[in-house]
Design a protein around this ligand. Sequence first.
Ligand code: 0L1
Ligand code: MG
Length: 259
Amino acid sequence: MTSEQPDRRALRDELADVLDAAQTGVRDVESLSDTSAFDLDDAYAIQEALTARRLARGERLVGVKMGFTSRAKMAQMGVAEVIVGRLTDAMHIGDGGEVDLSRFIHPRIEPEVAYRVGPGFDLSDPDSDLAEHVDAIAPAMEIIDSRYRDFRFTHEDVVADNTSAAAFVVGPWQPVVDAAEAAVRISVGEQESTGSTAAILDDPMNAVREAQRMCRKRGLALVPGDVVLAGAATAALPLGPVHAECEIEGLGTVSVSGV
Ligand code: 0L1
Ligand code: MG
């Protein structure tokens, strides 16, 4: 039994279909908010419906990703809360591997810190603390590929679009160390950008805490073995048919090549 109104559910399904067709057909769409009125609760429900379509095609959930974890991005979007999206196994690229760019509309790549959820964590138990249960950390990169034309979207749009999630690569896992204020360098072909993990909510471990809070608030699954992408340490760079590499001080390097 659900209290969801039939017309809301129909709208959520319709918008999930639009975004699913954009992702699978590799073609962009205009901001959904241009033509439909929907709020943040609707947006997370659309994201869930979109994910259900992936799972129905045989994909498996493998974690979550955080977005808007930089103060600058929050200010730019006029929001006060981070966003969370789902990661599936089909999005995962092996470290040093190749990623087929024909899967994407206009991919960008950004440096991230990844954490692994350790044994014993139970999201449904309010006393279970994710920050105490992450058992590994790794350098990572996320490929974002907004399904919206020119990356033009509202807060609700981007949540509905699974926070632009498209692919991710994780470097070597190692025991958790303090990764606050670690230097970050990303090179994408000839382009290079530098920054600090402090751009991720001052300390990427704060993004882990936010991941726990948001997953509880929005009903996302998070289980031992899952990956948590903490957020971007620099602005994303366009990804073409080149080698991309990210180095995070104290964590090492991770790479992927667009083909
Ligand atoms: O992973 C991210 O930080 C990106 C969130 C979505 C915003 C974007 O597509 O730029
Ligand atoms: Mg990201």
